[in-house]
Design a protein around this ligand. Structure first.
Ligand code: ARG
Length: 455
């Protein structure tokens, strides 16, 4: 492709060291789409005749079909996906093929292909997030009114509805979907026409190319267009955050699936056994997702670090952008799909969850609220209830089983009827009816809100 300047054949070691086609071949569909749009711009500018354009288009489509079918022969000697396709085209159709690269560089070509590819992937990931949200809402809807303990510091804190816990993740995923959509919006600018760095003296209709490729706008600075990869970093950042959320969900599921908690039943299809211990049923999917979050973070750090020291504009370092992005995209798409399937087949063990939530200590805060209702300042109420908790624990009895005299001695507000009512789980949850709190009515409303939002 650049034989004019060189007298010696390239070192085999350099060929192996520099090739990227083993990784970037998967941009071929976008490369071909971009090349056809570019050829049409060359036709409009009078660089290509109608016949030449038709030959280029047919040749590129034929190459695409062969790659689809797995019969195309890739050559590492041709470095990357762009040169493989262009050289195959010229081999097939001759002279018109050699005109295709007019007013184009691999620098704007790869900027285009990568954006086209990531626009598609961002859309697919967005869809995957929605599917996972639907699975979470579905699981919540299959257990209406189910109660489990909510935790802080991994210590039982207060009772919540199972649906409330799951919908917390639905909210997080909603923001993740928003970040992916934002990243997609910002990458939606067409870079072709920027050339290697400074555009070209051959003027092409960039707006028409953008329109053909479905971009909402064209890039407005040729140096920026070939130099930056912030669009890829931004998507990796969004995926890292999404991974963090899925990893926390994983951690909850792993705990819930343990014998100690025993809250969730994962299907046989979504668990694995042990080669040694016959009794084991392991939540591997959640563990793998939690583990792979490390790679999502690593890929983001990798690309940020690759980019940070580069003078404008294109530097070959930037070829390292694809491997990490492909890895994160593949990883997250697979994770989203398998999580949705796993949750669709999962069930809450309502009895176990309820038994754990039935611990009267979880309503100690509510008891302090009763004192507040009787006019006791909250800090004082907190201390009174703290002493009652210590008393119950010293006698090894549940908090609500202390004799009436003990409650009355602590405060006259704590009469037997108040105590009886305070320790009813159902009443306690119904009382949590401020916006965003887990009363059964609120949670039911939120479940239907999400059901229609996610349709
Ligand atoms: N394979 C290269 C990459 O992915 C394509 C751009 C090459 N440009 C160049 N000037 N060598 O970055």
């Amino acid at each position: 492709m650049w034989k004019g300047r060189f007298q010696e054949e390239q070192s085999d070691l350099l060929k192996a060291y520099g090739e990227s086609v083993s990784i970037d071949w998967r941009l071929y569909r976008h490369d071909i789409r971009g090349s056809i749009a570019h050829a049409r711009a060359l036709l409009r500018a009078g660089v290509l005749t109608g016949e030449e354009f038709t030959a280029i288009e047919a040749g590129l489509l034929e190459i695409g079909a062969e790659i689809d079918a797995g019969t195309f022969e890739w050559s590492r000697d041709l470095e990357d996906v762009h040169m493989n396709i262009e050289s195959a085209l010229t081999r097939r159709i001759g002279a018109p093929g050699a005109k295709l690269h007019t007013a184009r560089s691999r620098n704007d070509q790869v900027a285009l292909d990568f954006r086209l590819y990531l626009r598609d992937e961002a859309l697919a990931i967005w869809g995957g997030i929605r599917a996972l949200q639907r699975a979470l809402v579905g699981l919540a809807a299959r257990h209406p009114g189910a109660i489990l303990p909510g935790y802080t510091h991994l210590q039982r804190a207060q009772p919540v509805l199972f649906g409330h816990h799951l919908l917390a993740y639905v909210e997080m995923l909603e923001r993740d979907a928003g970040r992916v959509a934002d990243a997609r919006e910002r990458m939606d600018a067409m870079p072709l026409g920027s050339g290697a760095i400074a555009g070209s003296t051959i003027i092409l209709d960039r707006a028409a190319v953008a329109e053909e490729l479905g971009f909402s706008r064209v890039t407005t600075n040729s140096m920026d267009a070939v130099a930056d990869r912030d669009f890829a970093c931004e998507l990796l950042a969004a995926l890292a955050m999404l991974g963090m959320h899925i990893s926390r969900l994983s951690e909850d599921l792993i705990l819930w699936a343990s014998a100690e908690f025993g809250f969730i039943e994962l299907s046989d299809r979504h668990t694995t056994g042990s080669s040694l211990m016959p009794q084991k049923k392991n939540p591997d999917i959640a563990e793998l997702a939690r583990g792979r979050t490390g790679r999502l973070y690593g890929n983001l750090m990798s690309l940020l670090t690759t980019m940070k020291g580069l003078p404008l504009t294109y530097n070959r370092d930037m070829q390292e952008d694809k491997q990490v992005v492909f890895d994160s995209v593949d990883n997250i798409r697979a994770t989203l799909a398998i999580f949705a399937e796993m949750l669709d087949a999962a069930a809450l063990r309502e009895d176990r969850a309820l038994a754990a939530a039935g611990d009267p200590l979880l309503l100690a805060t509510d008891l302090a609220d009763r004192l507040v209702e009787g006019g006791v300042p909250f800090r004082e109420a907190h201390e009174i209830v703290g002493r009652l908790v210590a008393l119950a624990q010293s006698r090894n009895v549940p908090l609500n089983s202390l004799p009436a005299e003990d409650f009355l001695a602590a405060s006259p507000v704590l009469d037997p009827e108040t105590i009886r009512k305070n320790f009813q789980l159902k009443t306690a949850l119904e009382a949590r009816r401020s916006i965003g709190a887990p009363s059964p009515a609120n949670v039911a409303r939120e479940i239907s809100r999400w059901e229609s939002a996610l349709k």
